[in-house]
Design a protein around this ligand. Structure first.
Ligand SMILES: *[C@@H]1O[C@H](CO)[C@@H](O)[C@H](O)[C@H]1NC(C)=O
Ligand SMILES: *[C@@H]1O[C@H](CO)[C@@H](O)[C@H](O)[C@H]1NC(C)=O
Ligand SMILES: *[C@@H]1O[C@H](CO)[C@@H](O)[C@H](O)[C@H]1NC(C)=O
Ligand SMILES: *[C@@H]1O[C@H](CO)[C@@H](O)[C@H](O)[C@H]1NC(C)=O
Ligand SMILES: *[C@@H]1O[C@H](CO)[C@@H](O)[C@H](O)[C@H]1NC(C)=O
Ligand SMILES: *[C@@H]1O[C@H](CO)[C@@H](O)[C@H](O)[C@H]1NC(C)=O
Ligand SMILES: *[C@@H]1O[C@H](CO)[C@@H](O)[C@H](O)[C@H]1NC(C)=O
Length: 494
């Protein structure tokens, strides 16, 4: 049975990953950018080197969901930890503001010019993440980083003080930042206050054999991945919407000499877009009025369709057009660091408000909702999951259930004859009145030709729920860190 299913899945197109082999053969042809070439070399080399067969789409989907699940578990763990710590400290409001972001006269001065970076769907890389193209060092070198709102450290694969034959040998499998060749690379000393106190949340290590030894880290991700290396201040470069380049000096970066974990496949590192004093998001947003935004293109988009990560107001970017008016809601900062939380009031399906206990949404209690670019699916704690699934299943009752070998997705069906209009619209209602109405394809997701699944994953209560990146697709999301405001609106992202 299992074998049969595998055979079946070898044929078909999965939502999360573009057909790998087909793309590889096409990769040698014309009209494919550097982006594509890079990707496929990665995968083939890695698989061949390990003597493994390239993975099937189903295997990759399982892997993706596996890291999603672990990430989710540890988000809840983090929530619990921060809650207990907060009760001890008993500060009335754990939210903190970056001083430079709160001054509105500074915002106005920056006017309409924004920073921009190209953003790609990770489907090209065989993952459910989104990637950002980013330049580091002097001279500037380009890297592809995972855009992660749940991460506070920005790092890339890197070599430091590396001499001899081993280091001269260029690795063709991945891009590596040669720290010694960059004139702006300055390590953070392990004896500094920054290393010992401020970077403790970023997993700095106490090891300090001599005062000038670089401050080392062992950064642990919620999905079990890890990166080891040293902290440094570096210059990063990116484009402005008026066509010139901007350099940001003294940006904290991680020079990762080793990393382990599924989540980094295809990437040169991670861009920390989380809410934390040393995250890239805060430092870059500080230069552009305290705001950043992104628009996630559909995973099914053609490979040449990309989008942008914008620092500054999204309004200054004329190629991003919202189809409807932007909605605004409070962005809850500092409660489940470094994640971005929102105040949800309820979920309705087909205009009927579901019966979900209010504490499920209370981010100051033991619940809450997080917006996460690093999770693919949407996780709902049991008291929310059950009514949502029940209401959606009801509308799909006439379709044949399929038993796919994807344990996290409970309800899959043969989608022959499926029409989106059969599914009542799901709406997330925010406490302050805003409404987020994702397209049906964001929750009745394609998993294979002729097969769809409800894209919700149950998670334990008490705990936090997570709006993942599939749910966020085809919308602009603007994070205004200076004003604690999240704005969103549907968009084609191009
Ligand atoms: C904001 O910055 C301006 C100058 O850039 C300064 O005059 C003003 O006092 C600052 N406001 C606050 C609240 O820091
Ligand atoms: C941006 O430019 C538009 C018109 O070009 C102007 O109306 C708007 O006020 C500007 N926004 C800011 C923040 O300066
Ligand atoms: C673009 O904007 C930046 C920052 O406002 C400014 O320094 C630069 O001169 C501008 N470049 C052009 C070509 O207008
Ligand atoms: C690194 O940059 C920070 C500001 O982000 C600064 O406070 C610190 O002194 C710098 N450290 C070094 C070693 O340059
Ligand atoms: C961030 O910086 C502010 C001001 O410098 C400080 O009050 C706050 O404790 C810092 N937050 C963290 C999480 O380190
Ligand atoms: C992407 O490629 C398709 C054909 O391969 C072409 O029709 C389309 O115009 C391209 N889009 C962009 C944005 O380049
Ligand atoms: C779905 O049903 C149709 C017709 O009932 C059948 O031809 C097709 O093979 C089924 N697809 C799957 C994936 O089971």
């Amino acid at each position: 049975m299992y074998r049969q299913q595998r055979g079946f899945f070898l044929f078909i197109f999965l939502f999360f990953v573009v057909i790998f082999l087909e793309k590889c053969s096409k990769g040698h042809g014309e009209s494919v950018g550097t982006k594509l070439e890079l990707i496929h070399r990665h995968h083939f080399r890695r698989n061949r080197a390990n003597g493994m067969q390239p993975m099937t789409q189903l295997e990759r989907l399982r892997q993706l969901l596996h890291s999603d699940t672990i990430r989710q578990r540890s988000i809840s763990e983090r929530l619990r930890l921060q809650k207990s710590r907060r009760q001890v400290l008993e500060s009335p409001d754990a939210t903190y503001y970056h001083p430079a972001c709160t001054n509105s006269s500074r915002r106005a001065k920056n006017g309409n010019v924004s920073g921009e970076m190209t953003m790609y769907s990770g489907a090209d890389f065989g993952t459910g993440q989104y990637f950002v193209s980013f330049k580091v060092g002097s001279p500037a070198r380009r890297f592809m980083l995972i855009a992660d709102t749940g991460s506070d450290l920005t790092w890339m694969n890197c070599k430091y003080r590396c001499h001899g034959a081993k280091c001269r040998k260029k690795s063709r499998k991945r891009r590596v930042f040669q720290a010694d060749h960059s004139s702006s690379f300055v390590t953070v000393p392990c004896s500094s206050r920054m290393c010992k106190i401020e970077l403790a949340n970023l997993f700095s290590l106490a090891r300090c054999p001599s005062p000038h030894t670089p401050c080392a880290y062992d950064y642990r991700y919620s999905d079990g991945s890890a990166a080891l290396g040293i902290f440094a201040n570096e210059t990063v470069t990116f484009g402005l919407t008026n066509g010139t380049k901007v350099r940001i000096h003294n940006m904290l970066v991680g020079c990762s000499e080793s990393s382990t974990g599924q989540s980094f496949q295809g990437a040169d590192g991670v861009m920390g877009l989380g809410y934390s004093n040393y995250s890239f998001a805060l430092k870059a947003a500080e230069k552009f009025g305290g705001k950043f935004s992104y628009c996630l293109v559909d995973h099914l988009s053609p490979q040449n369709v990309s989008s942008y990560l914008i620092f500054g107001s999204h309004e200054s970017v004329d190629y991003v057009t919202t189809l409807h008016r932007m909605q605004h809601t409070e962005l809850v900062l500092g409660v489940i660091n470094p994640f971005y939380a929102v105040n949800i009031k309820g979920i309705s399906i087909g205009s009927i408000m579901l019966k979900i206990p209010a504490e499920v949404w209370n981010v100051n209690g033991v619940g809450g909702m997080i917006l996460d670019s690093g999770s693919s699916l949407t996780f709902l704690t049991r008291p929310a999951y059950q009514p949502v699934m029940a209401a959606l299943r009801l509308s799909l009752i006439s379709f044949t259930r399929l038993k796919l070998d994807i344990p996290q997705l409970e309800f899959c069906f043969n989608s022959t004859g499926f029409d989106e209009s059969l599914v009542p619209r799901l709406v997330f209602h925010f406490a302050d009145g805003a409404r987020f109405e994702p397209p049906v394809k964001s929750y009745v997701i394609d998993v294979a030709a002729g097969a769809k699944c409800l894209g919700f994953v149950p998670t334990a209560w008490p705990g936090a729920s997570v709006i993942g990146n599939i749910m966020q697709q085809n919308h602009i999301w603007e994070f205004d860190l200076a004003n604690n405001r999240l704005s969103f609106g549907s968009s084609s992202c191009t």
